[in-house]
Design a protein around this ligand. Structure first.
Ligand code: PLP
Length: 427
């Protein structure tokens, strides 16, 4: 372990809560000291001791075209030179909105915000305002940012009424949150039979990326669309992770299922803080200033963030760029399975475009939270630390998805697979 990271972490803990500014960075679920990073280029990042790693975290998803891409860096620098924020409209906001609409044709109107959490929070308020209903339905193991009403841990049992998942969230806030198991359409039907006419929104991660990586079953999303059409609830896809990753047009393009509202984040800002909420004009126009549902933000549509997102999406949308990163992801997973197999380690993998998951399990089906919880957590921890030591940076939790960028090349692939071969041999 890096001495410099240990020193920096000890110092950080004196000043920052837990030494970090986002809980998962603290390595609590894998043990050890978080590695402090100092630079990134393409698929690689470098820690404070100069050690290099192939990066599969990519800032938890945003860096779809890799670290410090020259087009993104130039766009940010050029924009910054003309001023960083105006509190007035800029052309860049419309340009990014136009590009997002081209990639996701079901989106008719967009509101830029500053994070995925904000996008989901506003989606819930808008759905409630539009439908005049209070309840929201979410799925066990799906994460929608740290929105009070959505920070609900489902209890055991098939269907559970919301219990706050964190101190500080009043029960009165989550009592209108219903939870159901992911990928279980019958469970949703039962719940809707009882509460259907009071449900404002059904929120789902179409590719769940916060319980490792679990793409929804196509029939599940199709079923949700039908249930929402019947009950009058809005179908909200949280594509903060899957947007511009499951496919260029997001999971909605991959599955061919059209939500009423889409939450975006991560890639849309290309590494700067951005989120967005988009959807049918009739619903979106309920937001202030055209409608009565209040929503605002001092730095929303920030020029630097818009420039970074635009440069990222323009690059990603060029012919074959995203497709080749998807193909690379497929080769990575095939290579990992082959090497695990040679070492006698049962390994299941999932892929959704440039998102992926690896599961240490001999089961051939992982479709929900319990399946992930049943995987071999200790083996994951050994795998994580072995790969870290060998210069491959994975998320420090078995409940996070992995990400690939367009900068991941042959050198990154062989480095990763050679490392995995050595690590699997000792697992
Ligand atoms: N929704 C999903 C699916 C996410 O994965 C995340 C973050 O990981 C969020 C919402 C929250 O986004 P942010 O961390 O930008 O607030």
């Amino acid at each position: 372990m890096s001495n410099r990271s240990e020193q920096l972490f000890a110092e950080a803990q004196q000043h920052l809560v837990g030494g970090v500014n986002s809980a998962v960075r603290a390595f609590r679920s894998v043990g050890g000291t978080p590695v402090f990073m100092r630079r990134g280029e393409g698929a690689w990042i470098e820690d404070v001791d100069g050690k290099q790693y192939v990066d599969y975290v990519l800032s938890y998803g945003p860096l779809a075209i890799g670290h410090a891409h020259p087009e993104v860096v130039r766009a940010i620098c050029d924009t910054a030179a003309s001023g960083t924020s105006f509190g007035a409209p800029t052309e860049l906001e419309t340009e990014l909105a136009v590009l997002v609409r081209e990639l996701m044709p079901g989106i008719e109107r967009i509101r830029m915000v500053n994070s995925g959490t904000e996008a989901c929070m506003s989606a819930v308020r808008l759905a409630r305002g539009y439908t005049g209903r209070d309840r929201v339905l979410k799925f066990r193991g799906n994460y929608h940012g740290h929105v009070d009403a959505l920070l609900v841990e489902a209890g055991s049992g098939v269907l559970t009424l919301g219990i706050p998942g964190s101190p500080g969230v009043p029960a009165s806030v989550t009592e209108t949150t219903l939870t159901a198991p992911f990928n279980d359409i019958d469970g949703v039907r039962e719940l809707c039979a009882e509460y259907g006419d009071s449900i404002a929104a059904v929120l789902v991660e179409p590719v769940a990326g916060n319980m490792n990586c679990i793409p929804a079953l196509p029939s599940f999303l199709q079923g949700l669309r039908e249930i929402c059409d019947d009950s009058g609830a809005l179908l909200v896809f949280d594509e903060v992770m899957s947007g511009f990753r499951a496919a260029l047009g997001g999971a909605q393009a991959w599955y061919g299922v059209q939500p009423d509202l889409t939450c975006l984040g991560k890639v849309i800002g290309g590494g700067l803080p951005v989120g967005a909420l988009g959807g049918r004009a009739e619903v979106m126009d309920m937001l202030a200033p055209t409608g009565p549902v209040y929503q605002a933000g001092t730095l929303s549509g920030n020029p630097l963030a818009m420039a970074s997102g635009l440069a990222t999406l323009r690059n990603l949308a060029r012919p074959d760029v995203h497709a080749s990163a998807e193909a690379w992801t497929g080769r990575l997973l095939a290579g990992l399975r082959e090497r695990a197999d040679q070492a006698g380690i049962p390994l299941l993998t999932h892929q959704a475009g440039t998102m992926f998951g690896v599961f240490f399990t001999d089961s051939d089906r992982v479709i929900g939270f319990e399946d992930v919880a049943n995987c071999d957590a200790e083996r994951f921890v050994r795998f994580f630390h072995g790969m870290l030591e060998a210069g491959v940076y994975l998320a420090p939790s078995a409940f996070e998805a992995g990400f690939v960028s367009t900068a991941h090349d042959e050198a990154a692939l062989s480095h990763t697979l050679d490392a995995a071969e050595r690590v699997f041999a000792d697992l």
